[in-house]
Design a protein around this ligand. Structure first.
Ligand SMILES: C[S@@+](CC[C@H](N)C(=O)[O-])C[C@H]1O[C@@H](n2cnc3c(N)ncnc32)[C@H](O)[C@@H]1O
Length: 417
């Protein structure tokens, strides 16, 4: 079991040091960042450099050499000590002028979410007991995860966490789940993690739903700008525990409760689908490939003739609108919709088919999904039920699912002529 009275914690949210006031005397530092790190109980002891010699560290001002094999260990140790000395400085303690940096032997270099030490039998890695877990886990959205980590790793990871973290969740959610489980098991008191702002919604929110089921969120920053490799991303910060913390802070304000979507008002995460909306609300279509054509290409195809069956290309052309078109200026986009046509039927629309063959086939042919591979000339989901529902209407209402704010616009069904 962990001690109930934490004496100090350093919370490292990336490049910004945030600190909580220490209670009691000595420090305990815990960091699960670039690699899981646990520091059970340490404070700098001037003059302790000699006993520390078995794991060589940089010990100013004497500067010992660093063994290449332990460079990573040294680097993390160094970072933790710097954080600790800064924490002393900014919290009214007197850091030693010539600190000796002791080795921290509990640092482990390992994959934090999937143990592949025996590649035949992947295991869920055990995290050590620690008073607090703090970290900035890697962000990798569902769509790019396979490219970044490889199909095999992603499959193994998803199988390992099946029923806990859904397939569409961001990579950082696995750290949230592991930290939640540590708190539930009594191996940790509280955790503070940074995530993409996606943790507030969609499949990723499952990680926060589970945190709210077995404990509670006591600290949240719902949406904060973060500059990463020169690009601006939006992140969320979440502090959670087993439910023992009564003071809750969301976006700098004291609140009574923090919902898993990082709001403090009505908990819409518990909203249910209304049966009455079943046939009037639809998810938009999903092409699953480059079926798009420009407006000038659409005009060229509409006016072209010469299909072997004599039918016009207009039968396959549809205007489409996506979130960007709704929120900005529409570019007048169209797609080639081969619907349920067989390959032979679609090929009779000579020019549109040639475009699909050139632009869609190369990526669809190597897709992991059998249906997408074998039906390379067909868009993935054109939602015929939605098309049927909006067909007779003068106008219908749309809202982007990916935008920050919930906005609604009216659109008119395309003129069939
Ligand atoms: C967003 S960075 C944060 C780095 C650092 N903690 C900070 O705040 O600047 C995420 C880190 O997680 C590491 N990482 C990625 N996958 C990991 C895994 N499976 N296990 C442990 N660490 C991992 C990356 O190498 C990267 O250093």
């Amino acid at each position: 079991m962990v001690a109930q009275q934490p004496r100090a914690v350093q919370v490292d949210f990336g490049h910004e040091q945030r600190h909580r006031t220490p209670r009691g005397d000595g420090p305990r530092l815990v960091q699960l960042g670039p690699r899981p790190v646990r520091v059970p109980q340490h404070k700098p002891q001037p003059g302790a450099g000699e006993e520390a010699a078995d794991d060589t560290l940089l010990c100013p001002p004497r500067r010992r050499p660093v063994r290449a094999a332990s460079t990573w260990r040294w680097a993390f140790t160094f970072v933790i000590w710097i954080g600790y000395l800064q924490w002393m400085k900014f919290n009214g303690f007197n850091p030693p002028n010539d600190p000796v940096l002791e080795p921290i032997k509990s640092i482990r270099l390992m994959d934090a979410i999937l143990d592949l030490s025996d590649p035949q039998y992947p295991k869920e890695p055990e995290w050590p007991e620690a008073e607090f877990i703090v970290g900035n886990p890697p962000f990798l959205g569902d769509k790019v995860m396979r490219g970044g980590l490889g199909d095999k790793y992603v499959e193994q990871l998803r199988t390992m966490y099946a029923g806990r973290i859904p397939g569409g969740a961001d990579l950082c959610c696995y750290w949230f789940e592991k930290a939640r489980a540590q708190i539930k098991a009594g191996h940790t008191i509280r955790a503070g993690l940074l995530g993409t702002q996606n943790v507030r919604g969609g499949a990723s929110r499952k990680a926060l739903d589970r945190i709210a089921e077995t404990g509670s969120i006591f600290f949240g920053v719902s949406d904060r700008n973060w500059v990463l490799d020169g690009a601006m991303v939006h992140i969320s910060m979440v502090g959670f525990d087993s439910g023992i913390e009564n003071a809750k802070t969301l976006d700098g304000m004291t609140v009574a409760t923090i919902n898993p979507n990082l709001t403090g008002s009505v908990d819409i995460t518990k909203a249910k689908r209304l049966q009455e909306n079943a046939a009037i609300g639809f998810l938009g279509s999903c092409k699953g490939g480059s079926f798009d054509i420009t407006e000038s290409e659409a005009i060229r195809l509409v006016t072209a003739s010469g299909n072997p069956h004599g039918r016009p290309n207009s039968g396959l052309l549809r205007p489409v609108v996506n979130s960007r078109d709704l929120l900005g200026r529409s570019e007048g986009r169209w797609i080639i919709d081969t619907g349920n046509l067989t390959l032979a039927e679609a090929a009779l629309y000579t020019d549109p088919f040639a475009i699909v063959e050139a632009r869609v086939k190369p990526t669809r042919e190597v897709n992991r999904d059998k249906w997408l591979r074998e039906n390379w000339w067909r868009p993935q989901r054109m939602r015929p039920e939605m098309q049927e529902a909006i067909g007779p209407l003068h106008r219908f209402c749309v809202t982007p699912t990916t935008s920050k704010h919930r906005i609604f616009s009216f659109l008119e069904p395309p003129d069939s002529s």
